[in-house]
Design a protein around this ligand. Sequence first.
Ligand SMILES: [Ca+2]
Ligand SMILES: [Ca+2]
Length: 178
Amino acid sequence: MSKLHVQLTGLCTPGSFLQSGTFGTALAPTSTEGDLFAPSRCDTSDGFTYVTSDEASACILASSLAMSPDGAAAFCFNLGAHLFVARTKEKLQLLPHDNGYIVGLSDVAVEGTFVWQDNGEQITDVYKLQFFNPAEPNNSGVGEDCVVVTNVTTMLSGNDIPCNFVYWMVACERPVYG
Ligand SMILES: [Ca+2]
Ligand SMILES: [Ca+2]
């Protein structure tokens, strides 16, 4: 529930018509109406930030610490989060484009079957083609069962990588409220 602080009266009134997530600039209060206090869309402790675009939003921690995918999953879990999951291209592009980020997609259970780490759901065939770089996933070398996304021609896209190789950054995700 948002609250409207009216400077004239010094009182706060519940802004039921200004519910978080539903108001746009047209519904925001004017300066004479008061200051809007809306609840945060995400738990921003530990460095998480609410990131949004026209098509997607997420509560993200994009860490600059290099980790293995296995270590990254534990790191997120210890923050009450999970590795970042993006079932749409639009959500995937919310991550910073400056680095390679480990995300919550893996085929560790069944080789070649990639599942999202938040609920075990398999990636769709259509989205798998859009998500991965061309020629990926290739399960290269001794095997690659974890996934990193990197910036390729201005778009983030996926590559399967070894789960125990410390090199890439970690992207954690918490729920978005409202
Ligand atoms: Ca694999
Ligand atoms: Ca690969």
